[in-house]
Design a protein around this ligand. Structure first.
Ligand code: SF4
Length: 155
């Protein structure tokens, strides 16, 4: 079934965040109610449980890794989750992604710097990066309303 939007499940109200909470945004939930969106949570799709320790992206010897605050390397899970998101986007022909800002999976443009101190650096979460490389337009809950026809596509 064709769906225009690929959306972070936590923005649609699913309690899949690392802390067991959701970050619902009502205009985004409307897109889901109208059947225009496919939901993904790359961290859950990659095999991680909820709640889970917070994770951030670090660069070590020029290579990107994802580690939890408790020191576990979860790069493989994050990469798997990114692949699942890309497959779902392809399956539904989604061309626009609305992804949770700053997440090591879903963040786009700015992410946490890897020191678990709340500082941001330029960069993309693994899923946002893969979707962007594969041609999707990436928005977050902070800027999705600038995406042309959101909210006007169905009468
Ligand atoms: Fe939300 Fe993405 Fe984190 Fe899942 S991985 S909880 S969809 S920000």
């Amino acid at each position: 079934e064709k769906k225009k939007y690929l959306i972070s499940a936590c923005l649609a109200g699913h309690k899949c965040r690392f802390d067991g909470q959701a970050k619902p945004v009502s205009k985004i939930q409307k897109l889901v109610e109208r059947g225009e969106a496919v939901l993904v949570c790359p961290e859950v799709d990659g095999g991680l449980s909820t709640p889970r320790p917070a994770s951030e992206i670090v660069t070590e010897d020029g290579k990107i890794k994802v580690v939890t605050k408790t020191g576990r390397d979860v790069t493989d899970e994050f990469r798997k989750g990114a692949q699942v998101s890309l497959e779902k986007a392809r399956q539904h022909g989604a061309s626009v992604a609305i992804l949770k800002a700053k997440s090591p999976s879903c963040g786009y443009g700015k992410i946490y710097d890897g020191t678990f101190s709340g500082k941001l650096v330029d960069g993309n979460g693994l899923t946002a990066d893969l979707l962007s490389e594969n041609g999707l337009s990436i928005y977050s809950e902070l800027n999705f309303e600038s995406e042309g026809d959101i909210g006007e596509s169905q009468g």
